[in-house]
Design a protein around this ligand. Structure first.
Ligand code: C2E
Ligand code: MG
Ligand code: MG
Length: 285
């Protein structure tokens, strides 16, 4: 029984760390499993107790600095653990399927916030939301989003959807159908973390993606090496030739911003411009 239990624990770990791999059992396997179970319980309770909120990070025109849009980033404040980073709980939420309910909360909160800003007379810019591939199964995102847009009386043109490059590769059919449905609603589509997956730009063009968000790793390289600039330049020219606009993620210095302007990158986002912040602070930017 113990052998079977341990084999099962190792298999579970292999599955949750990304499938297609082998794992050996060790004492830490049990510790990690316990930590995961605890976090999962906290996460389920967080859904009941509504511990999630959204922070917003501006995305601005690289030349004029004009605010063009903002990205909604989920935040989880646990009563005793404090802030838990998305990097810690999103993978678990994906593995357990809880991401579908979290995603629904994010969609509803983003639309509710747009409606609140409109009531307050704030000039509106689109909000982009991040979605995981798991949310796409059975048309989930399109259904949730349509409902929230109607509920809060927000036009689809004010919502944009970000999907990571790596998420667009796996089992394509569900995802392709949902992307098409979202586009038909009038929602703009962004490729997130571009450069970390293995998609080709021509494939992204076939999928009619509107915006390419180049991963922070490439922005960091800009000022470090000649190759860094060459890479970014190549991405920008190809994206432009294919009719996509380019956003640099993770801009942290004046120098990076200057180079990006020179390379004709359209938009920038990062700590140098502004950190993600609660909605109240966002309204005064
Ligand atoms: P992302 O979509 O690529 O979001 C950008 C991340 O980079 C955010 O981290 C943001 O706080 C951080 N960032 C922005 N500017 C800078 C900078 O100048 N320097 C550095 N070092 N970091 C910067 P965050 O909020 O921790 O989110 C991490 C990831 O979690 C996101 O990456 C996204 O993939 C995922 N995520 C966040 N919110 C959601 C959500 O509502 N749903 C889903 N499915 N995933 C989400
Ligand atoms: Mg994103
Ligand atoms: Mg990103």
């Amino acid at each position: 029984d113990e052998l079977m239990r341990r084999a099962d624990a190792a298999m579970y770990e292999a599955k949750t760390t990304g499938r297609d791999m082998a794992r050996f059992y060790s004492a830490e396997t049990d510790q990690r499993a316990l930590a995961r179970q605890t976090l999962e319980q906290h996460l389920r309770r967080a859904l009941e107790r509504e511990e999630f909120s959204l922070h917003y990070q501006p995305r601005v025109d690289a030349r004029s600095g004009e605010l063009l849009s903002m990205e909604a980033l989920v935040r989880w404040r646990h009563p005793t653990l404090g802030m838990v980073a998305p990097g810690e709980f999103i993978p678990l939420a994906e593995a357990t399927g809880l991401i579908v309910r979290i995603g629904e909360i994010v969609i509803d909160k983003a639309c509710a916030q747009l409606a609140a800003w409109r009531e307050a007379g704030v000039a509106l810019v689109p909000v982009s939301i991040n979605v995981s591939p798991k949310q796409f199964l059975r048309g989930g995102v399109q259904r949730q989003l349509s409902a929230a847009l109607v509920k809060h009386r927000v036009p689809a043109s004010l919502i944009e959807v970000e999907i990571t490059e790596s998420a667009m590769m796996g089992d394509q059919d569900d995802i392709l159908a949902e992307l098409a449905a979202l586009r038909a609603l009038g929602v703009k589509l962004h490729v997130d973390d571009f450069g970390t997956g293995y998609s080709s730009l021509s494939q992204l063009q076939r999928l009619k993606m509107d915006v390419l968000k180049v991963d922070r790793a490439f922005t960091t390289e800009l000022a470090n090496s000649k190759e860094g600039k060459v890479f970014f330049q190549a991405i920008v020219s190809m994206a432009h030739a294919l009719g996509m606009s380019v956003v640099a993620e993770g801009v942290e210095t004046e120098e990076q911003l200057a180079i990006l302007r020179h390379l004709d990158c359209n938009e920038v986002q990062g700590y140098y411009i502004a950190r993600p912040m609660p909605a109240q602070e966002m309204a005064v930017v």
